[in-house]
Design a protein around this ligand. Structure first.
Ligand SMILES: [Zn+2]
Length: 434
């Protein structure tokens, strides 16, 4: 499950584009923050995606990817031209194919091939029509789905929603959010040949005039289980609250939203934008990485948590021109490693579950202080955003997390029920974090 939010110039302070996404996937599914340099290719070269190979482009752009460790594609990212994309799993009455390009493959390919939001969207549409979407997107649990994408650059944003190789899109004028539900109804600007005809043929609507994408194609049961509607309402309400003056910090706050509950408890309250897993059936997704971008004429700024639970994780800046991953950042894999930031944060987060909401309050206080100073220094250009600054902020973010870990035992403890305890003990056994 996931939430993606976007706001264009008329909705933001300073007329920039703001973009944010929480990637909600299985706990333990490490998501790495990687930077892939621009590259040229010879005619006839192919690129091996997660399940299939396709012809490679003549040139791929430099990209920032938030990438589940085992796949080619990415859950969200940006490119050197200031294009940002996030995808969402959507559940339709048409069944996904067993192989093809995954939604995350399409996201990465579009970032590599598009210099504007429109070019990136056109790239996804072309690739969808040529190769189709499909393949297992789950890590330990088999999970197949269709996809929607929110795509933005400095001037424009689009929501693109797909069913098999069919698609519909809408140009966003101020702000939008997507959350594991088809968000377009009759309000699309363009639709692919076949999408409406198929719905009429299957009896999901009477005619083209009667066609409504969400109503015709949503799988009612899985869509209800994914509880995207409530999260979409939450993110849109929060975007609307500050419409005209939205900032980077507001986007980070929306990604940390627990439905407005000060007393939020991960074992009790589900369906929030900052998502916490609690069982293997309904609440099996957890926010495992978060990204926020601020794209304007004065600069492009990208911030990632590179860790799960944004309510406990500070954002740090990445992907300034000419920079690489922060010093000390290591990509993770299936096994726990104390050297890997994602895993070390995860170990602390799982201990923090026993000390909610005190742990969240303690972390938030320090995170807010650090982020306020960091965002101002960077976006008001009081410091140059170079490799030294990126290294420094990553190190400070890491210290906030380790300080929280050291503080946990002194915070009030809460009692979990047996089911919740055994759910997390299962993960501890698998990965050795306990
Ligand atoms: Zn949270």
């Amino acid at each position: 499950m996931c939430d993606t939010i976007v706001a264009l110039g008329p909705s933001t302070r300073g007329g920039v584009t703001l973009f944010g996404k929480n990637s909600d996937r299985e706990p333990d599914e490490v998501q790495n923050i990687i930077i892939v340099p621009r590259k040229q290719y010879r005619t006839g070269e192919t690129v091996k995606c997660t399940y299939i190979s396709i012809p490679q482009a003549a040139e791929t752009a430099r990209v920032l990817l938030s990438q589940p460790f085992w796949m080619f594609g990415a859950e969200m990212g940006a490119n050197e031209y200031g294009v940002m994309i996030g995808n969402e799993a959507v559940f339709t009455r048409e069944k996904p194919a067993s192989s093809g390009l995954t939604g995350m493959d399409l996201l990465r390919l579009a970032l590599e091939r598009g210099r504007t939001a429109r070019e990136a969207m056109d790239a996804i549409i072309r690739l969808l029509e040529e190769h189709g979407q499909g393949g297992n997107c789950g890590y330990r649990q088999k999970f197949l789905y269709m996809n929607s994408w929110l795509i933005a650059d400095e001037r424009e944003a689009y929501v693109l929603e797909s069913v098999k190789s069919w698609w519909a899109w809408k140009k966003i004028t101020d702000h939008w959010s997507t959350s594991n539900v088809l968000s377009l109804e009759k309000d699309f600007d363009a639709v692919s040949p076949g999408l409406i005809e198929n719905a009429v043929r299957k009896g999901w609507c009477k005619s083209a005039a009667d066609f409504n994408l969400r109503k015709c194609y949503s799988d009612p049961i899985i869509t209800w289980g994914a509880a995207g509607k409530a999260r979409q309402i939450c993110s849109r309400d929060n975007l609307a609250l500050k419409k005209g003056d939205l900032t980077t910090a507001d986007f980070m706050a929306i990604l940390r939203h627990h439905g407005g509950r000060e007393d939020f408890l991960p074992h009790k309250h589900g369906g929030t934008v900052c998502m916490h897993a609690a069982d293997k059936l309904i609440r099996r997704s957890q926010t495992v990485a978060s990204l926020v971008g601020n794209i304007g004429s004065k600069g492009h700024y990208y911030y990632v948590t590179g860790a799960s639970n944004p309510c406990l994780s500070p954002f740090y800046p990445v992907f300034a021109p000419g920079t690489i991953s922060p010093a000390g950042y290591l990509e993770g894999g299936a096994e726990y490693s104390p050297e890997v930031y994602w895993w070390e944060s995860e170990k602390i987060h799982r201990k923090a579950l026993h000390h909610f909401p005190a742990a969240r309050k303690a972390a938030q206080h320090k995170i807010q202080e650090y982020e306020q100073e960091m965002i101002q220094a960077i976006e008001e250009k009081r410091i140059p955003l170079n490799q030294a600054a990126i290294d420094n902020y990553f190190s400070r973010a890491g210290k906030i997390v380790t300080d929280l870990g050291a503080q946990l035992e002194s915070l009030p403890k809460i009692k979990h029920n047996w089911l919740y305890r055994s759910y997390w003990q299962g993960y501890h056994k698998l990965n050795g974090t306990a």
